[in-house]
Design a protein around this ligand. Structure first.
Ligand code: AMP
Ligand code: GLY
Length: 419
């Protein structure tokens, strides 16, 4: 069997889960990761290149001809066209090109796509001028949701309970341009109530295959209190999203989205992430992402039985219809252990001690080795995943493992999977 070397772009918990899944493929040779982290370095070779260094990444591939696949995991290089660049230089890549990654990079684009294709979502208006936006806020119902167009590191969404709050959020985006976009614009949308579910799916632009549904926990503290974060934990599958809901969403959301993108000359190939709200009057799309979610991936990929490398190649070659994707049938819970202060400012270089974790898997997100010791290097430091027969079983195992892990000054939520 011919083995191939692989390069994974990224260096967080999600990339650790991707590298880990790929490393189980009998066809995987050496796996490289850029910029990687201390945990990924235990199973792959770390490459000291930033995800934004397209030139450096292409040069690295030119000098490593055995690398036959590059997996681009994070949103920014996808939106900025790393896959386009790699393909132009003759390299095979997994992930959407920039013209398809726009489905995440521009909320305005995503909302127009949904409107034009009758895909259920919150009612909205988009503005690039502050005056009309503020006038609109005077007439609208509250709470209302203000979203910055463009990638905003998970900080672009504000749920506003009053006119004053909404006006401030709009002015920060349009007048102060706090997210530094070339042409700042905002989407102001109706507040939806319900339970959220994340559905990640493989698609080759024609066929779409959904992974088990998962639920993220976005707030920093127990009981869904505190500021929004990149995600403090997840479980999969979500028992609240039924098979019937999945069938409905396939017909009314997933397939129409992928078809519309192809018809617009923006064929989406890679992983598409549907952030859904299960509302009283049906399922609606909150957001699209153009990639695997973090930390959802750390709960979903451990359940995958099929070779991830086979799936990724089928996506690239547009023969996803020929592959049967199997899942273990277990439930996984992942709990994020974060640096004290996250998602605000935090110190790096704090000691990380990992003891006996039983059968759990510890995915590294923000870790590094300093003076021979494992230390923190980011806001989210570890994601501890346990598998079990159901959520309570997996939860118990994950929290038992966490008792034997210590991050100086760090914290984690104790209620992942409780609600
Ligand atoms: P987004 O980046 O668009 O997914 O927004 C981040 C988070 O904000 C979502 O996961 C929801 O928790 C919340 N959110 C976004 N849009 C809405 C909405 N229309 N109604 C209620 N919550 C929302
Ligand atoms: N966990 C949410 C995201 O990856 O966007």
């Amino acid at each position: 069997m011919d083995k191939m070397d692989i390069l994974v772009i990224g260096g967080g918990g999600r990339e650790h889960a991707i590298v880990h899944a790929l490393s189980k493929s009998p066809r995987a040779g050496r796996i490289y990761c850029a910029p990687s982290n201390a945990g990924i370095n235990m199973i792959a070779e770390g490459v000291g290149l930033a995800v934004s260094d397209f030139e450096g990444i292409c040069d690295f591939l030119d000098t490593h001809p055995n690398i036959k696949l590059t997996v681009v995991a994070p949103d920014n290089p996808l939106a900025d066209g790393l896959v386009n660049e790699l393909e132009a230089r003759g390299h095979r890549a997994f992930g959407p090109r920039a013209e398809a990654a726009i489905i995440e990079a521009s909320k305005k684009f995503a909302k127009e796509l949904m409107k034009n294709n009758n895909i259920p979502t919150a009612a909205y208006e988009a503005f690039s001028d502050c005056g009309p936006a503020v006038e609109y806020l005077k007439k609208t119902a509250y709470p209302v949701v203000v979203k910055a167009d463009g990638l905003a590191y998970g900080k672009g969404v504000t749920i506003c309970s009053s006119f004053a709050e909404a006006k401030k959020a709009v002015e920060e985006i349009l007048l102060d341009n706090i997210f530094g976009n070339k042409n700042p614009s905002v989407v102001i949308e109706e507040f939806l109530e319900g339970r959220e579910v994340s559905v990640l799916a493989f698609t080759d632009g024609k066929t779409i295959k959904a992974m088990p549904p998962s639920q993220d926990h976005k707030r920093a503290y127990d009981g869904d209190r505190g500021p929004n974060t990149g995600g403090m934990g997840a479980f999969s599958p979500s028992p609240y999203y039924t098979k019937e809901m999945g069938e409905w969403a396939m017909k009314h959301i997933f397939l129409p989205t992928v078809r519309a993108m192809s018809e617009m000359g923006r064929k989406f190939k890679g992983v598409i992430y549907f952030g859904l709200m299960m509302c009283k009057d049906g399922i609606k799309v909150l957001e699209y992402n153009s990639r695997f979610g973090d930390p959802e991936t750390q709960a979903v990929l451990p359940l995958l039985k099929t070779d991830l490398l086979d799936i990724m190649e089928a996506v690239i070659d547009e023969r996803l219809d020929e592959i049967d994707i199997e899942w273990s049938g277990e439930t996984a819970v992942t709990v994020v252990y974060a640096s004290g202060g996250y998602p605000g400012s935090y110190e790096k270089g704090k000691e990380v001690a990992i003891g006996d974790v039983g059968g759990c898997f510890v995915y590294h997100a923000g870790t590094a080795i300093k003076d021979g010791k494992l230390v923190t290097s980011g806001g989210r430091v570890l994601a501890v995943t346990a598998k079990g027969k159901d959520i309570p079983d997996a939860r118990e195992k994950a929290y038992a493992a966490l008792k034997n892990i210590r991050i100086d000054g760090g914290f984690y939520r104790t209620d992942i999977g409780l609600k």
